[in-house]
Ligand binder design. Structure first.
Ligand code: IPM
Ligand code: MG
Length: 351
């Protein structure tokens, strides 16, 4: 099969983890006789530095005409420390999500047997944890009206959701849960927020179309606690944009390293795949970051966008084999850690 992929390395460790991932993709290409054409585009801080904006038109066009998008990371401390800046790398990511209509962000959290001891939680608590966070990605407080009043002394951000926005991501959650344990947990703050009450009403109504799926409702503060206390209790967590941002970072520590976790963002146009970690500026250029989150994101791409199931499985198996042999980058393996590129090559060899 011939497929085109827009490759957006972005900032920080983005370029390194993407390069390591491309060596894995090339191994899949050879083994299965596919052809993946990868064209690079600028996004984030590097795009601001070279063309003055974080999501240039050229990158948008490249994304639109590609079959899928592989994205590295975004963010640079030189922008974080100056809140007065008008142009910021993160705007590139948010603009891309909005323009591509990527309304459902899928973040699978699963433990790796060989890494249970790396989890900050007790092994017996996390063993077998396997759930998915589905985060609404282009609504809520991230995209609501915001501003300053009172001569700049008061600031506001607003969150709003329509029934349609809730339904479309809700359908993704129900459909995914049908392929799993048929349990959806809606996480909200319906005891306080009006948007959350609309989420609850809408999901209650929508759930009638999925009688085989068990639906549970949980307040976000309680969910934050239950994810740590009893992660095995969850199957599919469905939630709005900001709660999903926070809970997916929290959930990622269960596995021992945020560097291991992939994600997919799907919606109206081309889907996007990226690791859930950020640009990790301290490690940039050092060839030490963990590329597995990005490599597993490519496995999600092969499965969800290209329907290449055996190919996706080969990647996951190769990752498991390498991890089981005790190898890892420094975040997961303290004795003789592999570099980012060596990790990519090891996984590619196993393919
Ligand atoms: C994420 C990130 C982004 C978000 C940032 C970089 C804007 O934290 O993808 O989770 O908040 O959505
Ligand atoms: Mg986040």
């Amino acid at each position: 099969m011939i497929k085109t992929i827009a490759v957006l390395p972005g900032d920080g460790v983005g370029p390194e983890i993407i390069d390591a991932t491309l060596s894995v993709l090339r191994a899949v290409e050879r083994k299965f006789d596919h052809s993946f054409t990868c064209d690079r585009g600028l996004i984030g801080g590097v795009a601001i530095d070279s063309v003055g904006e974080p999501f240039p038109k050229e990158t948008e066009e490249l994304c639109m005409k590609s079959d899928a998008i592989l994205f590295g990371a975004i963010g640079d401390p030189k922008y974080d420390n100056d809140p007065s800046l008008k142009v910021r790398p993160e705007q590139g990511l948010l603009k891309m999500r909005k323009k591509l209509g990527l309304y459902a962000n899928i973040r699978p959290i699963r433990t790796f047997d060989s890494l249970l001891h790396k989890s900050p939680l007790k092994e017996e608590r996390v063993e077998g944890a396997d759930f998915i966070v589905i985060r609404e990605l282009i609504g809520g407080i991230y995209f609501g009206k915001r501003g300053r009043e009172n001569g700049g002394r008061t600031a506001f951000d607003t969150s709003s959701y329509s029934i349609e926005e809730i339904q479309r991501v809700g359908n993704v959650a129900f459909e995914l849960s049908q392929k799993r344990n048929k349990k959806v947990c809606l996480v909200d703050k319906a005891n306080v927020l009006e948007t959350s009450r609309l989420w609850r009403e809408t999901i209650q109504e929508l759930s009638k179309n999925y009688p085989d799926v068990e639906v549970e409702y949980m307040f976000v503060d309680n969910a934050a606690m239950q994810i740590i206390k009893n992660p095995r209790a969850f199957d599919v967590i469905l939630t709005e944009n900001m709660f999903g941002d926070i809970l997916s970072d929290e959930a990622s520590v269960i596995t021992g390293s945020i560097g291991m976790l992939p994600s997919a963002s799907i919606g109206e146009k081309t889907s996007l795949y990226e690791p859930i970690h950020g640009s990790y500026p301290k490690a940039a250029g050092k060839n030490i970051a963990n590329p597995i989150g990005t490599i597993l994101s490519v496995a999600m791409m092969l499965e969800l966008s290209f329907k290449m199931l055996p190919e996706a499985q080969v990647i996951r198996d190769a990752v498991d084999t390498v991890l089981s042999s005790g190898l890892g980058t420094r975040d997961i393996s303290l004795i003789k850690p592999l570099s980012t590129s060596a990790m990519g090559e090891k996984i590619a060899e196993n393919i």
